[in-house]
Design a protein. Structure first.
Ligand SMILES: *[C@@H]1O[C@H](CO)[C@@H](O)[C@H](O)[C@H]1NC(C)=O
Ligand SMILES: *[C@@H]1O[C@H](CO)[C@@H](O)[C@H](O)[C@H]1NC(C)=O
Length: 349
């Protein structure tokens, strides 16, 4: 018989797989539950809601499908009309459990007065912009208390709103689609105190989301700067240290076959699923759950923007340069606090 400490020691590495120990405190179990909840909603729900309804059509439950269809037609434009945020949903405990799983922390560096609107650029994209969701679409890190007078809308791909049931889940968390029309709808609203969070680098940046890397796709992305000028929304740079560390991704350096394939996929589909993996529920070696690595999201100071209905290319370029400079400064100022070595540089492509 092994004694207790020895068996604890042995357990996790049996057969080359690092198994989860059995004696985990409740708090940690709840955190894993939070991770599973998110996994279920984002990856499993689409499979479920795109298959089960076809089956239901052949049962007495078919009127439900019919009614949902009517609702979806009626509600189709909500992702472009500012969604319908519910603080009740955002405050659910499951979100703070999930935030503590990593843990994710939000650090503000300046006040955000409610007499302005804001366009927040979130970097880096990571595999799925995990901390963007936790920080800005939920109260997982306490944003309802930190910036109580600002209403945050996280942008996501238009196609994310095509999945029944999950679309409502997103809308209740204040999420909107990332079209120009949708962002402008929020930022042009009479009532100020709105913030749109846009993950500027998108699918291209996701392909560079390797642990320890800080590579952004930003040099040629100027559309968001133009929207800021047109609406007079202040631009806010935001950097999440650790966002790239929570999943591993298969090596895909620029020029490699896999990268070329991914680039073609992206052109055709509009997105390219990165080949990523994390940990499992019962073993820590392989699975689709993210690793427990800290993420520190730093929200920079707003850059003031003068509303310009028809901005010239020069005005856009100047503001875009200012934005990149501020983001760079933000990275430099905070990197060593959050486990980035002093020699690591931010790469902006
Ligand atoms: C938001 O989250 C913070 C931190 O978890 C918590 O202290 C606060 O009570 C929450 N606010 C609301 C309105 O639920
Ligand atoms: C670890 O667990 C996951 C599921 O949680 C499974 O898919 C994977 O195959 C397991 N890894 C090994 C090496 O057994």
């Amino acid at each position: 018989m092994l004694d207790r400490t020895e068996s604890e020691d042995k357990m996790p590495h049996l057969l080359g797989v690092e198994w989860a120990p059995l004696n985990i405190p409740l708090a940690r179990r709840l955190q894993t539950l939070g991770a599973l909840h998110f996994f279920f909603i984002t990856l499993f729900t689409p499979v479920l809601v795109l298959t089960v309804p076809f089956y239901m059509l052949y049962t007495v439950l078919w009127p439900l499908i019919f009614l949902y269809g009517l609702w979806m037609i009626y509600d189709w434009n909500s992702p472009k009309k500012g969604a319908y945020m519910s603080n009740w949903f955002q405050r659910q405990r499951i979100h703070s459990w999930y935030a503590n799983y990593f843990p994710v922390k939000l650090h503000t560096t300046s006040d955000m007065p409610e007499e302005h609107n804001y366009l927040i650029g979130y970097h880096p994209h990571g595999i799925i912009s995990m901390a963007a969701f936790i920080n800005f679409a939920t109260n997982g890190t306490g944003i309802l208390d930190t910036l109580p007078r600002i209403r945050f809308h996280l942008c996501t791909l238009v196609g994310q709103f095509w999945t029944p049931w999950r679309r409502e889940w997103g809308l209740l968390h204040g999420m909107i689609d990332c079209s120009r029309e949708s962002i402008k709808h929020v930022l042009e609203h009479e009532k100020k105190g709105k913030a749109v969070v846009l993950v500027v680098g998108g699918a291209e940046e996701a392909l560079d989301a390797h642990p320890g890397c800080h590579i952004l796709t930003l040099k040629k992305r100027k559309g968001f700067v133009k929207i800021a000028l047109q609406t007079g929304a202040q631009l806010v740079p935001c950097y999440s240290f650790g966002e790239n560390d929570i999943f591993n991704q298969a090596e895909n350096p620029k020029g490699s076959t896999i990268r070329q394939f991914q680039t073609i996929m992206k052109r055709v589909l509009g997105f390219s699923p990165p080949a990523f993996y994390g940990r499992g529920v019962f073993n820590y070696t392989f699975g689709l759950l993210p690793f427990r690595k800290p993420i520190n999201t730093v929200l920079g100071a707003p850059i003031s923007v003068t509303k310009t209905v028809n901005p010239t290319q020069e005005q856009i370029d100047t503001l875009h340069q200012t934005y990149m400079d501020r983001l760079h400064e933000l990275f430099e100022e905070h990197k060593t606090k959050y486990d980035v070595s002093p020699t690591t540089q931010l790469v902006i492509n």
